[in-house]
Design a protein around this ligand. Structure first.
Ligand SMILES: NC(=O)c1ccc[n+]([C@@H]2O[C@H](COP(=O)([O-])OP(=O)(O)OC[C@H]3O[C@@H](n4cnc5c(N)ncnc54)[C@H](OP(=O)(O)O)[C@@H]3O)[C@@H](O)[C@H]2O)c1
Length: 366
C-alpha cells in the first residue's frame, strides 16, 4: 500500500484529486487540512475511514514528525497560494522520507524548487513543483510537438476558464498579481508587463467561443526560455468565463497599476462570494491553448495549435491531471526519478490525458 496524504484534500482541487485517487484500491489516502471535521467528513464521503481525515497545518514545525507518524509515502500539497510561500512543506516531506508533489502556480516557487535537489536526492525522494496545468500540461504539449520543429520561435499559452468558482487559494493567487508588474520573454528580450492587462479576445473551438484574455504570471514565463533555448517569445494569458467579471478584473488592474489600490488579493473573500453568486450566469465550458510557431523539419514555417476543451464544468479537473498521474506512477514504482524539479518531462501528454479519462474533456490538434 502506498500512502498518499493530500494537504488541502477537501479544498477545490484537492477534493477532485482525492476523489480520483480514492478509486485506486492500491492507494491509502489521508485527507488533511486545518479543519479536522471537514477532513473527516470528506474522508467518509469518499468511503474511507474517519481516521483517514486528519487536521494538519502546513505551517507547523512538527509537520515532518506528523507525516512520519502517518507513514506517508507521498505528500500532495494543494494548500496555496504558493506565491510568497517557503519550501517548508517540501522540506518536511523530505525529512519524513516522503515524495512531494505540489500544484504551485507561483512563478518563483516553481522555478527555484531545484534548490532542494541535493537534499531530496540524499533522502532518495522525488520533489515536484507545478504539477498542474502550468507548467506540467503546458510543457507536455510543447514536448509533444517539439520534434516537428527544427527551430521553435514562439510559445503562446492561455487558459479560458468557465464560470465555476475556483477555491480561495486560487483566487488569492491570481488577484495577487492583478495590475502588478512582472516580466516575460518577447522577441529575445525580457520585457515588463502588468497582470491582467493586454486586454484582447481570442476565439476558442466550439462550444467555448470568443473569450476575453489578459496577462497572467505563471512559472512557464521563467522556465520555458531555459527549457526551449532557441525560443524568442513566451507569453501566457488567461480569461474569466463571465465577460463582465473579466472586464472588472481588467479595470481593477489599472487601479493597482495607478497605485489607487494596493493589492487586489485583499478583496479575495468578497469577490469569491460574488463569483459564486454569478456562477450560474456564466459558461460551463473552458479551454486551454498552446500555439507554437517556428521552422519545421522541412525548412518551411510551421504552426501547431493545440486546444483542450472541457464541457459540463469539467474544466477544474484539468489542473488535477498531473498530480493524479504522478501519484499513480510513484505508487507503481514506474517513476524512479529522484531529486527536486519543476514538473516538466515527468508526465507525458498521453499520461496527462489518461488521468482525465471519463470526463467531458477532449484535445484538438491543429
Ligand atoms: N499550477 C497550476 O496550473 C494551477 C492551476 C490551478 C490551481 N493552482 C493552485 O492550486 C492551489 C489550490 O487551489 P484551490 O482552488 O484548491 O484552493 P482552496 O479551495 O482554497 O484549497 C486550499 C486547501 O488548503 C487548505 N489549507 C489552507 N491553508 C492551509 C494550511 N496552512 N495547512 C493545511 N491546509 C491548508 C484549505 O483548508 P483549510 O483552510 O480548512 O485548512 C483548503 O482545503 C492554489 O494555490 C492555486 O493557485 C495551480
Amino acid at each position: 500500500m502506498h500512502t498518499i496524504l493530500i494537504l488541502g484534500g477537501y479544498g477545490n482541487f484537492g477534493a477532485l484529486i482525492s476523489r480520483a485517487l480514492a478509486q485506486d484500491a492500491n492507494l491509502r489516502l489521508i485527507i488533511a487540512g486545518r479543519d479536522e471535521t471537514k477532513a473527516r467528513n470528506f474522508a467518509l464521503e469518499l468511503g474511507l475511514m474517519g481516521e483517514q481525515g486528519v487536521a494538519l497545518n502546513a505551517e507547523v514545525t512538527a509537520l515532518s514528525q506528523q507525516l512520519r507518524a502517518l507513514k506517508v509515502n507521498t505528500v500532495i500539497h494543494t494548500a496555496g497560494p504558493f506565491q510568497g510561500q517557503d519550501y517548508r512543506v517540501a522540506l518536511a516531506a523530505i525529512a519524513a522520507g516522503s515524495h512531494y508533489i505540489d500544484l504551485s502556480d507561483g512563478r518563483d516557487f516553481v522555478a527555484n524548487i531545484g534548490r532542494l535537489n541535493v537534499t531530496a536526492r540524499k533522502a532518495d525522494v522525488l520533489v515536484v513543483s507545478g504539477a498542474s496545468s502550468v507548467p506540467a500540461l503546458s510543457s507536455a504539449v510543447v514536448d509533444f510537438f517539439q520534434p516537428e520543429f527544427s527551430r521553435l520561435d514562439t510559445i503562446q499559452l492561455g487558459i479560458a476558464s468557465g464560470s465555476k468558482t475556483p477555491g480561495l487559494a486560487t483566487m488569492r493567487a491570481v488577484l495577487g498579481y492583478c495590475g502588478k508588474t512582472f516580466s516575460h520573454f518577447e522577441n529575445g528580450y525580457w520585457k515588463g508587463i502588468f497582470g491582467w492587462q493586454n486586454l484582447h479576445s481570442r476565439r476558442y473551438p466550439a462550444p467555448v467561443g470568443r473569450r476575453w484574455l489578459g496577462y497572467c504570471n505563471v512559472p512557464d514565463l521563467a522556465l520555458f526560455p531555459q527549457r526551449y533555448p532557441n525560443v524568442k517569445t513566451v507569453n501566457f494569458h488567461a480569461g474569466l468565463g463571465i465577460p463582465f467579471a473579466h472586464l472588472a478584473v481588467w479595470a481593477c488592474s489599472w487601479l493597482v497599476r495607478w497605485r489607487i489600490v494596493e493589492n487586489m488579493a485583499k478583496y479575495t473573500k468578497p469577490l469569491h462570494w460574488l463569483a459564486r453568486k454569478l456562477e450560474s450566469f456564466g459558461p460551463r465550458t473552458s479551454a486551454m491553448h498552446v500555439e507554437l510557431n517556428g521552422i519545421g523539419q522541412d525548412g518551411q514555417r510551421l504552426t501547431r495549435l493545440w486546444h483542450i476543451v472541457a464541457r459540463q464544468h469539467h474544466g477544474p479537473y484539468i489542473p488535477c491531471g498531473a498530480a493524479i498521474a504522478l501519484a499513480h506512477k510513484l505508487a507503481s514504482g514506474e517513476l524512479t526519478e529522484r531529486g527536486a524539479m519543476p514538473c516538466m518531462g515527468l508526465v507525458t501528454l498521453e499520461e496527462y490525458m489518461n488521468a482525465l479519462a471519463g470526463l467531458d474533456i477532449r484535445q484538438i490538434h491543429g
